[in-house]
Design a protein around this ligand. Structure first.
Ligand code: FES
Ligand code: FES
Length: 185
């Protein structure tokens, strides 16, 4: 029995420890959003986040994720509540056939969590393991840059709101210690 966290819930899988995580998630837990591509750790279609890192699960034995946190595409957002990245994805009309997109979104989500403001080169590097046969790479990059900008803007706005709602409008006012008669002597 292997225990791990799947999209925020603790789950147990009564499977052989060498079963690839991909098949445990798809067949045992019936979450079919993550796709099978090459089966050799080369295309990224099967990417899930393992403790926050984008990981190829077609070649990852489930025993290796005992007590770890797994996030699949179903845990990133849903049609009623898209993540900022998913919204940017929709705005940029990124998908074509769609087959690689779950893996692309997982890798992009992991990137923005570890590096909220990635450079162009850092995006290329982080996404290089996710293959798209439809060639949606330019739109993927644009969506990542848009989401990074929006998240940065939202963070800045929330910091400003915090400052404005603090008693001194975010300005630290240092009160001088009161002067006593002894100090004056
Ligand atoms: S299916 Fe796992 S990397 Fe291609
Ligand atoms: S959208 Fe078709 S493979 Fe990427």
């Amino acid at each position: 029995m292997i225990t791990f966290e799947l999209n925020g819930k603790t789950v147990k899988a009564d499977v052989s420890g060498d079963t690839p995580l991909l098949w445990v998630v798809r067949d045992h837990f019936k979450l079919k959003g993550t796709k099978f591509g090459c089966g050799m750790g080369l295309c990224g279609a099967c990417s899930m986040m393992v403790d926050g890192a984008s990981t190829r699960t077609c070649v990852l034995p489930v025993a290796a994720v005992a007590n770890k946190k797994i996030t699949t595409i179903e845990g990133v957002g849903n049609p009623e509540m898209l993540s900022t990245l998913q919204q940017a994805w929709v705005e940029a009309s990124v998908p074509q056939c769609g087959y690689c997109q779950s893996g692309q979104l997982i890798s992009a989500t992991a990137l923005l969590k570890s590096n909220p403001s990635p450079s162009s080169d850092e995006i290329d590097q982080a996404m290089s393991g996710n293959i798209c046969r439809c060639g949606t790479y330019p739109r993927i990059k644009k969506a990542i840059q848009t989401a990074a900008f929006k998240q940065g803007f939202a963070q800045q706005a929330s910091q400003q709101a915090d400052q404005q709602s603090s008693p001194n409008g975010g300005v630290n006012i240092f009160e001088p210690a009161s002067t006593t008669k002894e100090d004056m002597a």
